[in-house]
Ligand binder design. Structure first.
Ligand code: ZN
Ligand code: ZN
Length: 445
């Protein structure tokens, strides 16, 4: 099938490699294996360590070079018991889950009056005296979009809402889950309490429960909630990145970095987020490995501790900032089809865009002008000037599943997963083997 690749350059075989990848089984096998044999992989835990050992064994068996772990220390948070109920005026249970880095309530729970805010901006504008000692409830209504872009704006309620509530003296905070489904599943995710801001109990209500609480508040009587969360800070533990390579033929060329994250939240098995991403990048790199030797080294990064604050991505950048990265890309948006290509190739590298657009067009992928932003784990490398490549996945149902108990293997559509592998394979064939010089904007990486 790859006969031409034995004599021709890999870049000349991009179309054949792409079409062959539409029969790929490796990305699914990796996704199935990781979610079945490891399951949830919360950063810093023993499960995440088992995932690294699993990854090392799997990547070595596939024939990649320089397969290794790069460990780093991580302050580790672990979920405990979590329950809540409306105690007045209409007593009934609520379904919620703690946000990562949430403080614990007393073991017997914490009861307080609910103070409602439709948006994070409303909470910000509220005088502190109206918030102090109360349980803040931040509501909002994120909707589905193909590009998932509402996560940026609405996700702020989760990322910075708890710290804002703490600064205003709130006893605890409940948010409407950052999600788009109507299952009675809360969406977890991490929040940040900056230095000097006391952590408070912080949890996300499932969307049906958030709407229920909103209706109760609308009745106009004082609303009281009892909340019990018992997460623990386990102190400093170990996390780590897993790295593997397809060696390039030109020592003077830079490398192409392709990433995903190995850790997951603890309440699902992290199939969409992000076992599938690890399957996609490794399956595509394996196809290049089997086809011959590209000009540039392809480095696979299965990052640790992404969910809890992109610690793996930063550790990678700190360890490898002196190396030459010619391009960086990440798969971390589920497993549905790729619909859009964006790159950061300009100047002498601009012709690569034309070849990428042509090779990806048969897969239904549109070339979009504008600069690629990459994913969280390659963010620091791209921010330092390395061109990014975005193979954007259809995110229409991503936030139905994201960080919920519903993020499990059965949600993976094998046909769409194969389209991803085909897109990444064609991209790697073209970019890793491009003859053009790819210049970074910055000399520091
Ligand atoms: Zn992710
Ligand atoms: Zn995530």
């Amino acid at each position: 099938m790859f006969e031409r690749c034995q004599t021709a350059r890999i870049a000349d075989c991009a179309d054949e490699l792409r079409d062959a990848a539409l029969d790929d089984d490796l990305a699914y096998a990796i996704t199935e294996g990781l979610t079945t044999e490891i399951g949830p992989r919360l950063a810093g835990t023993e499960a995440e360590a088992r995932a690294r050992a699993w990854a090392i064994e799997r990547l070595r068996a596939l024939g990649f070079s320089n397969v290794r772990t790069e460990p780093f220390p991580l302050r580790t948070w672990m979920r405990g018991e979590e329950k809540a109920e409306i105690t007045a005026p209409f007593p009934q249970p609520l379904v919620l889950t703690a946000l990562g880095n949430s403080a614990a309530t007393p073991a017997e729970g914490l009861e307080g009056e609910v103070v409602y805010f439709a948006t994070l901006a409303d909470l910000e504008a509220e005088p502190d005296a109206n918030v102090a000692g109360r349980i803040v409830f931040v509501d909002h209504a994120m909707t589905r979009t193909q590009d998932g872009s509402q996560y940026g704006a609405y996700g702020a309620a989760r990322r910075s809402g708890p710290a804002l509530a703490s600064r205003k003296g709130a006893a605890a905070i409940l948010i409407r889950s950052i999600g788009t489904d109507y299952h009675r599943n809360p969406h977890t995710g991490s929040t940040v309490f900056p230095e000097g801001v006391a952590p408070i109990p912080a949890a996300a209500l499932s969307i049906p429960d958030a709407e229920q609480l909103e209706r109760v508040v609308e009745r106009g009587q004082p609303v009281r909630v009892r909340l019990t969360l018992t997460p623990r800070d386990l102190g400093m533990r170990e996390s780590g990145n897993v790295i593997a390579e397809v060696p390039g033929s030109d020592r003077n060329a830079g490398m192409v970095l392709v990433a995903c994250h190995l850790d997951s939240w603890d309440i699902g098995t992290g199939a969409f987020d992000d076992a599938a991403g690890c399957g996609i990048v490794a399956a595509a790199a394996k196809r290049i490995l089997d086809a011959g030797r590209p000009r540039r080294t392809i480095r696979i990064l299965w990052a640790g501790a992404e969910e809890v604050g992109v610690f793996g991505g930063r550790a990678y950048f700190d360890a490898h900032r002196g190396e030459r990265h010619d391009a960086a890309a990440e798969s971390d948006f589920g497993a549905d089809r790729v619909w859009r290509l964006r790159t950061g190739f300009t100047g002498t590298a601009e012709p690569i865009n034309i070849r990428l657009a042509a090779a990806l067009a048969p897969l239904g992928i549109a070339y979009a002008p504008g600069r690629a932003t990459g994913g969280a784990d390659v963010g620091p490398v791209i921010a330092a000037g390395t061109p990014g490549i975005d193979l954007n996945q259809d995110g229409t149902r991503y936030f139905d599943l994201h960080h919920t108990p519903d993020d499990t293997l059965d949600k993976i559509d094998a046909t769409q997963l194969r389209q991803n592998v085909a897109a990444w394979t064609a991209m790697l064939a073209i970019v890793a083997d491009a003859e053009e010089e790819i210049r970074s904007d910055s000399a520091t990486n």
